[in-house]
Design a protein around this ligand. Structure first.
Ligand code: FPP
Length: 232
């Protein structure tokens, strides 16, 4: 299974709300289960030899949701790390984040920073949570930083590889999965998805699991990635 495994996988974890509604539950129940799915999928990706898993947990647009839902989403990292940080440590998983953490309540910032620090020496899977993340904003911030450097005397000689280093997520994505049937990118990793293989599965995020991940990876392995060139 280890050959031709995508090194970087990004997932838009969609469908928590619909999953809950179909069962007569509040939307937050879907998010709660969705957080447990993060654990399942991170452990599976780690076992399979994936290097980096980037999960879209909170977009810059999600602030528009009702206050109680936003409040619950802000609490979830705390609940998640209380429950699972020990296991993530045991499995050698390193937690990172992408996005502007500053807008979250200070408790949320603290638990995330603590998880990042506690796991910083781990060498297995990098589990990157995209929170208060928006790709256009990420690109804009990168451009501003670069422009400042040029203003301060840096030579204006930017390459594509250099520019990646100005982003929250510098890696190209091999495989992008979106759950729950919607077929769009929703301001996620616009630069990094340039040559990704895309998989849209009807499975809702709370029902996604190791078996579904393996299915996606198997499909990825059969794709003919040409990066704009021709097949050999
Ligand atoms: C999209 O489903 C999902 C989200 C906006 C939130 C995703 C968050 C988690 C899975 C948990 C985060 C946990 C941690 C630890 C960071 P939706 O609500 O848009 O679903 P719908 O399209 O069915 O309404």
């Amino acid at each position: 299974m280890n050959d031709n495994i995508p090194q970087t996988i990004a997932i838009i974890m969609d469908g928590n709300g619909r999953w809950a509604k179909q069962r007569g539950l509040p939307r937050t129940a879907g998010h709660k289960l969705g957080a447990d799915t993060i654990r399942t999928v991170a452990l599976a990706a780690n076992e399979l030899g994936v290097k980096k898993l980037i999960l879209y947990a909170f977009s810059t647009e999600n602030w528009k949701r009702p206050e109680d839902e936003v409040g619950y989403l802000c609490k979830l990292p705390g609940l998640f790390f209380n429950k699972y940080i020990r296991e993530l440590m045991e499995k050698n998983i390193r937690v990172t984040f992408a996005g502007e953490l500053e807008r979250f309540p200070s408790d949320t910032q603290k638990v995330i920073n603590r998880a990042v620090n506690d796991t910083s020496h781990n060498t297995g899977l990098e589990l990157c949570l995209a929170i208060n993340y928006g790709s256009r904003r990420e690109i804009l911030l990168g451009i501003q930083k670069y422009a400042d450097e040029v203003k301060n005397g840096r030579k204006n000689d930017l390459t594509e590889e250099d520019f990646s280093q100005y982003l929250f997520v510098p890696e190209d994505i091999d495989l992008m999965i979106r759950t729950s049937g919607e077929v769009r990118i929703s301001n996620f990793l616009l630069w990094q998805l340039a040559y990704s293989e895309l998989i849209f599965t009807p499975v809702a995020w709370p029902d996604f699991n190791k078996e579904e991940l393996v299915k996606c990876i198997e499909e990825f392995k059969h794709r003919d990635r040409r990066f704009g060139g021709l097949t050999k």
